[in-house]
Write a protein of this length. Sequence first.
Length: 200
Amino acid sequence: MISKRYPLIEFTTVLIFTFLFFLVNNCPTLAQREIICDLTSIFGKWTLPYLFIISVSLISIFVIDFEERIIPDDLVFINFALILIVLILSSKESLFINMGVAFAASLFFLMLHLITAGRGMGLGDVKLVLFGGLFFGWPHTLTWLYLSVLIGALVGIILIFMKKAKFGKQIAFGPFLVISFFITLIWGKYLHSLLFYFLS
């Protein structure tokens, strides 16, 4: 018997692909050019294939971390290598800035991991933040991480209210990083202007 999760995962993947396709092909007409539109100036016709590869790996990370509470290094480092190559070939200035942001954000999450002895943050999350920081750079990494924490906190409160979780019980953080990644990719600039207008 086929598990219900497989059609759900496939439906979600198709939905994300369709949405990305629509946005990339309608960037010139959008009132506010978002991060996803900025990528078209770098990748050109390769924007969609690149985003599809990233999306598949992130969806895989979501499912694996949700079920097994582990984020495979291979998936994270493949994404890291892809965006690193792109930055090296396209913009040396962005490379140095994004690398600095990525390591700073990752170091912060590593400190959380060490302080909480792994209960508050796993090493897989630390590595995923390293990739996301390199991808988004400044200031959108801040927006991405803020949304991740906010969504994670809201879900945690709901689960506690529904008696599905207890205070102090570890909840996989990877899925929230993945969800916030897509939200930031699509609406990052708009959300940044709302959440961090004083930094704009």
